[in-house]
Design a protein around this ligand. Structure first.
Ligand SMILES: [Fe+2]
Length: 260
């Protein structure tokens, strides 16, 4: 069932459409001035915390329902993967907590505790976020995308079939992730391979299709046969989720006309 409201990055998606976080903040401010209940919006509350300078801790999303729903990816495989994701959530919070009290005096680009925390912070953060994109774009019945997403794929790759061939080849080429995203710099779809969560992770790319090709994503079910895993991944894609991501991405404030 479609969710009533979903927060994706800086955007809130409701049945009525997409609202940017800036708009949510503005509504919150207007509501606060008028005493309206709009000020109790979850997004507005989250931003109020961020405005106060304190990043909240990450809470792991509950993906347990996926475990028994996928065709060709076992409950055991998915449960193990979710456990690993929850580990990234815990580590990200631990790193962020340590950064609040770390001694800044020995800061150094060769070795210093603050340097190591900052580097691993990006690793843990991307480990959290990319896994959430990954689990959230599973749970569908595969098939083919329609509408603007289909048009975007056809524009970039010629046809949906050619995109699927490309996605499988990309999945065999990467050591960590394949990100098919909306490139806000040019206003078109684009694709990248990442060997680690925080290595070669591109800026101004809003993830649309997120594919995990680390061995932990498929070893339980497929051993070293990544090709069969890639087929299973594609067969379980939820294109309706990816449609919504594209709708949000095309309204990204850092679009092609932005000066940054
Ligand atoms: Fe993973």
């Amino acid at each position: 069932m479609a969710k009533e409201r979903e927060l994706i990055g800086n955007f809130e998606v409701t049945k009525e459409g997409v609202v940017t976080r800036r708009e949510v903040l503005l509504m919150g401010a207007m509501a606060a001035a008028s005493g309206s209940l709009l000020a109790t919006s979850g997004a507005a509350q989250a931003d109020a915390g961020a405005q106060g300078g304190a990043r909240g801790t990450y809470k792991a999303h509950d993906f347990a329902a996926l475990a028994d729903r996928l065709n060709g990816l076992s409950a055991n495989q998915i449960k193990s993967h979710i456990k690993l994701y929850e580990g990234y959530v815990a580590k990200s919070n631990a790193i962020h907590s340590e950064l609040k009290t770390v001694d800044l005096t020995p800061a150094n680009a060769t070795y210093a505790t603050v340097r190591e925390l900052l580097i691993e912070s990006s690793y843990a953060h991307n480990g959290v976020v990319y896994h959430e994109y990954y689990f959230n774009n599973l749970g569908g019945k595969g098939g083919e995308p329609q509408g603007p997403l289909r048009a975007g794929l056809e524009e970039q790759w010629g046809s949906v079939g050619k995109f699927m061939d490309f996605l499988k080849a990309a999945g065999k080429s990467a050591r960590g992730w394949v990100i098919v995203g909306y490139n806000t710099r040019v206003g078109a779809l684009d694709a990248f391979a990442l060997d680690l969560h925080n290595i070669a992770s591109p800026a101004n790319i809003v993830p649309l299709v997120v594919l995990d090709v680390y061995e932990h994503a498929y070893m339980i079910d497929y051993g070293i046969d990544r090709g069969k895993y890639l087929d299973a991944f594609i067969n379980n894609l939820d294109w309706s989720v990816i449609d919504k991501r594209l709708a949000v991405a095309t309204k990204h404030p850092n679009g092609p006309e932005s000066t940054g």
